[in-house]
Ligand binder design. Structure first.
Ligand code: HEM
Length: 159
């Protein structure tokens, strides 16, 4: 396999992560606080979901690209052994974050989460919105820790 090929796969992997985790950071630190400030509790969840729906499509595409390039690099470089070594916790973290988002974006959201949020929000708007905010902070924190681990780890900074 030519090295340009792999450099491109790596560059696409990082681009996908920038778009995807950057979007999660924007939603968490800019969009959600603005919705809280601008909208009454009863309107917050529906308003947020309407805007975030557009990002969900971008997140689906970038999650697919990140997964495809990530597994491709793992396969070509034959890095599977790393998954048996706790020193490479950041490899596990990448796959775990990817799985978490894949299940949320491709299974939970379209099947029931969207409907569940809207329905619950009718009865307990404050509580549901707070839960959405907390969930985003948690996902963002785990994602940023993974990015730091992956860059430091893959450039030999953790040994
Ligand atoms: C199926 C999921 C994924 C797989 C199989 C995967 C695999 C890989 C591989 C093989 C590398 C190169 C490691 C090396 O050079 O030693 C890498 C780099 C990297 N990955 Fe992933 N990855 C996945 C998802 C993610 C996710 C979800 C994130 C972020 C939250 C992420 C962030 C990064 C970063 C920042 C790098 C380092 C790039 C660099 O500094 O050159 N990856 N990934």
């Amino acid at each position: 396999m030519s090295s340009e090929h792999l450099a491109l796969a790596r560059a696409l992997h990082v681009c996908a992560i920038v778009m995807w985790i950057g979007g999660v950071a924007f939603v968490t630190t800019v969009l959600l606080p603005s919705v809280r400030r601008l909208k009454e509790p009863q309107q917050r969840v529906a308003f947020f979901e309407a805007i975030e729906g557009r990002f969900a499509w971008q997140a689906r595409a970038t999650t697919l690209l990140a997964g495809a390039t990530g597994f491709y690099l793992t396969w070509v470089w034959d890095l599977w052994e790393r998954f048996t070594n706790p020193q490479f916790w950041w490899m596990h973290a990448m796959v775990a974050i990817w799985l978490l988002f894949t299940v949320m974006l491709f299974v939970a959201e379209p099947l029931f989460l969207h409907r569940w949020f809207i329905e619950r929000a009718r009865r307990e708007p404050e509580r549901v919105f707070r839960r959405i905010e907390r969930m985003h902070w948690l996902l963002l924190t785990l994602s940023v820790a993974t990015v730091i681990g992956a860059v430091a780890g893959s450039h030999g900074g953790l040994n």
